[in-house]
Design a protein around this ligand. Sequence first.
Ligand SMILES: *[C@@H]1O[C@H](CO)[C@@H](O)[C@H](O)[C@H]1NC(C)=O
Ligand SMILES: *[C@@H]1O[C@H](CO)[C@@H](O)[C@H](O)[C@H]1NC(C)=O
Ligand SMILES: *[C@@H]1O[C@H](CO)[C@@H](O)[C@H](O)[C@H]1NC(C)=O
Ligand SMILES: *[C@@H]1O[C@H](CO)[C@@H](O)[C@H](O)[C@H]1NC(C)=O
Ligand SMILES: *[C@@H]1O[C@H](CO)[C@@H](O)[C@H](O)[C@H]1NC(C)=O
Ligand SMILES: *[C@@H]1O[C@H](CO)[C@@H](O)[C@H](O)[C@H]1NC(C)=O
Ligand SMILES: *[C@@H]1O[C@H](CO)[C@@H](O)[C@H](O)[C@H]1NC(C)=O
Ligand SMILES: *[C@@H]1O[C@H](CO)[C@@H](O)[C@H](O)[C@H]1NC(C)=O
Ligand SMILES: *[C@@H]1O[C@H](CO)[C@@H](O)[C@H](O)[C@H]1NC(C)=O
Ligand SMILES: *[C@@H]1O[C@H](CO)[C@@H](O)[C@H](O)[C@H]1NC(C)=O
Ligand SMILES: *[C@@H]1O[C@H](CO)[C@@H](O)[C@H](O)[C@H]1NC(C)=O
Ligand SMILES: *[C@@H]1O[C@H](CO)[C@@H](O)[C@H](O)[C@H]1NC(C)=O
Length: 694
Amino acid sequence: MENIKCIYYVAVLFVHHFMSSLAMPAKNLTTDQSALLQFKTHITSDPYRLLADNWSISNPVCRWVGISCDARHGRVKTLNLSSMELGGTIPPHLGNLSFLMNLDLGDNNFHGHLPNELGQLRRLRGFSIGNNKISGVVPTWIDSLSKIHFLYLYNNSFTGTISHSLFNLTTLEVLSLRGNNIEGSISSEIGKLTNLKIFDMARNHLSGTMPWSSMGNISSLQSLSLTNNSLFGSLPNDICNRLPNLEFLSLSINGLSGQLPASLGDCSKLHTLSLSYNKFTGHIPNAIGNLIKLVHLLLSDNNLAQPSSGLFGSLPADICNHLPALQYLYLSRNVISGTIPKTINNCTALEIFDLDENRLTGEIPDEIGNLQSLQYLLLGSNGLTGIIPASIFNISTIAEIELEQNNLSGCLPSSFGQWLPNLVRLTTGENKLTGTIPNSISNASKLTFLDLSANSFSGRFPNTFGNLRLLKYLGLGENNLTTESPNAEWSFLSSLTNCRELENLYLDSNPLYGVLPLSIGNISANLQYFRASNCKIKGSLPEEIGNLHSLLVLDISRNDLNGSIPTTVGRLPNLQEYGSMGIASTRGDVYSFGVLLMETFTRKKPTDEMLAREMSLKNLVESSLPHAVTEVVDANLLRDQNTFDARVNCMLSIMDLALNCSMESPKQRINMKDALAKLKKIKLQFHKDVGAPN
Ligand SMILES: *[C@@H]1O[C@H](CO)[C@@H](O)[C@H](O)[C@H]1NC(C)=O
Ligand SMILES: *[C@@H]1O[C@H](CO)[C@@H](O)[C@H](O)[C@H]1NC(C)=O
Ligand SMILES: *[C@@H]1O[C@H](CO)[C@@H](O)[C@H](O)[C@H]1NC(C)=O
Ligand SMILES: *[C@@H]1O[C@H](CO)[C@@H](O)[C@H](O)[C@H]1NC(C)=O
Ligand SMILES: *[C@@H]1O[C@H](CO)[C@@H](O)[C@H](O)[C@H]1NC(C)=O
Ligand SMILES: *[C@@H]1O[C@H](CO)[C@@H](O)[C@H](O)[C@H]1NC(C)=O
Ligand SMILES: *[C@@H]1O[C@H](CO)[C@@H](O)[C@H](O)[C@H]1NC(C)=O
Ligand SMILES: *[C@@H]1O[C@H](CO)[C@@H](O)[C@H](O)[C@H]1NC(C)=O
Ligand SMILES: *[C@@H]1O[C@H](CO)[C@@H](O)[C@H](O)[C@H]1NC(C)=O
Ligand SMILES: *[C@@H]1O[C@H](CO)[C@@H](O)[C@H](O)[C@H]1NC(C)=O
Ligand SMILES: *[C@@H]1O[C@H](CO)[C@@H](O)[C@H](O)[C@H]1NC(C)=O
Ligand SMILES: *[C@@H]1O[C@H](CO)[C@@H](O)[C@H](O)[C@H]1NC(C)=O
């Protein structure tokens, strides 16, 4: 009897529940429609009217653009409005789309916070809101999305720390918060995400050390990117034993230190290894040769700890014999010594070979010429000797050859420009090259930057530069070049007038002799820097110089010129102040001054190669302010722990000033007088801070 009674009560309860659930507004397709229409009213910008007419009650919801419904129950399953340039906010009503499995609002202009109601989307497997302007902390309701596999939150304005609730999402395969403002350290709870394949926290403000011991439990991990944060500490030796599935590992632009782990060779699936802009030291492990799938190897700029620090030793002689897939090899700004291995031609896929600013010696192997995909050959600032192998000038794919600041000698082969249809940049400045500049240079028609300065080139100044229509920078200073006749007008200048893009023309310290022709006024209207001091020029400065409206610096000092400066010079809009025959605009000089400040206090050169070469010294400085200024300035300047804070503040002010000096647009630049005043102030403040006499 008791039993029956019990069942009875249960049944009554059931009926009651059933009744009340029927009385409640059921969520159905109408709910979906009204949620979407509510969403539409929150979309304030729809430039292509993609939703304006399409999302209307006269059409069935399941045929609306961006919507797909489940075939069985007919409810909205996918909402995908990616890349429609929509703007507006995300309303709570979206939380009513209870059958939603995929929500993709990426590549739009949505702003505001994500509403808590999105936590009701229990069936959600994929959520993408990358490339929007969403702000607020990473929501804590996210742990309600218990079926989530893909979470793309990159390139927004999320703040705060990595919410702990994320670590309960054990189904998660992709977590990308790249390009936000996330701070704090990475919790060791990360190890709970045992299905994670992609973890991308690049370009945030993470600090502290990496919880490698728990991270090592995520053996599923394929891609780990923590580029551009403020992480420190070293890599564990067994990193690759524990993460054998890694294909992509990028930890560049951090403060990581120590030696490269010996286990690296066990990451046999690795195709990208990027550890540039850190403080790693020691030899490059031979085991790198086991990474047969390696495509990108980026280890440059590991001298952040102090100058002359970084990776050292020589390149393993057989480095290329096992890396058939290698395309990018970046090792610039380390202390690599020894010679360039002759086996280099076994890296047949090589496109970028960057060993700028190291301590390489010996000759450049002829074998480099066999690299038929090479685009960048960057070997500046080393101690290389011997001739430049002619084979280099036969690589038709090559776009940049940088060999400046070495001890290279010999002549350029007479045909050297003939087979370089893609050459954009050639720098051989500060070497010991001799002979003439071959006319064949004019066959390299894509050349925009040519620096042959500070060598011992002799003979006539070629008359064929005019064929280089794209030329922006021509540096031929400090050589032994002459004109045809000591008293005639410079005929090469009329050829140069064909280079309509020319911005920098440096001819200084050559025994050119001759007279400036009137055609000087026909040089590119873009010309900003014209230096021809110490060239034994005779005659006077033609009035036509006044046509060069973009001129910032005109330096024709230390010549045998006579007469006065033509009045036309005074009308040049940017050239403000000028001396007798060394004429310079203060605004022009302030730019160089800014660069000088950066070079001096960072001990770096403005032409750093960095990750696909997109980052200049200026960008590096810009991106380091304010948090990471200590990463970029010369560490020697920060040594004194007692005055560390004052030093950091001082460096911050100086870098800020440097950036103000070197704004792209001359109008935005601070003027030289104010720059100097500011610098004096900074010095005063520093002395005040450290209690030193001024
Ligand atoms: C709405 O857009 C969808 C997808 O582009 C299209 O198939 C449908 O015909 C459109 N409906 C109307 C009424 O424009
Ligand atoms: C959304 O649509 C875009 C473009 O059609 C597509 O590339 C993307 O993969 C879709 N998103 C999802 C989650 O399916
Ligand atoms: C949908 O969600 C909104 C806000 O979260 C709520 O006010 C409303 O009652 C819901 N509508 C339906 C039909 O469920
Ligand atoms: C994120 O933004 C950067 C620039 O701000 C852009 O280069 C990058 O492609 C964006 N990332 C994605 C995945 O779209
Ligand atoms: C994570 O899940 C556990 C067990 O379900 C729960 O006790 C804990 O409160 C959750 N943590 C967070 C931060 O949600
Ligand atoms: C990682 O796994 C080891 C055993 O494999 C376990 O002892 C340890 O607790 C785990 N650590 C974390 C943080 O999950
Ligand atoms: C290239 O590599 C192969 C083995 O992979 C080796 O036999 C050959 O000697 C190498 N070539 C050079 C020039 O070192
Ligand atoms: C070039 O060689 C000279 C003399 O051998 C040496 O003093 C100088 O340091 C070398 N320069 C470079 C950049 O290696
Ligand atoms: C460069 O290529 C040309 C034309 O194919 C050829 O005649 C010449 O011998 C090559 N030079 C070198 C150094 O390989
Ligand atoms: C190089 O340039 C010269 C003169 O401009 C031209 O006659 C010649 O055909 C060019 N050679 C090649 C290989 O393009
Ligand atoms: C320049 O040429 C002159 C005459 O040919 C020669 O005496 C001088 O040594 C050369 N200077 C340099 C730096 O090569
Ligand atoms: C580093 O990140 C900051 C934002 O956090 C960004 O402004 C900067 O451009 C990034 N630097 C590089 C080199 O990507």
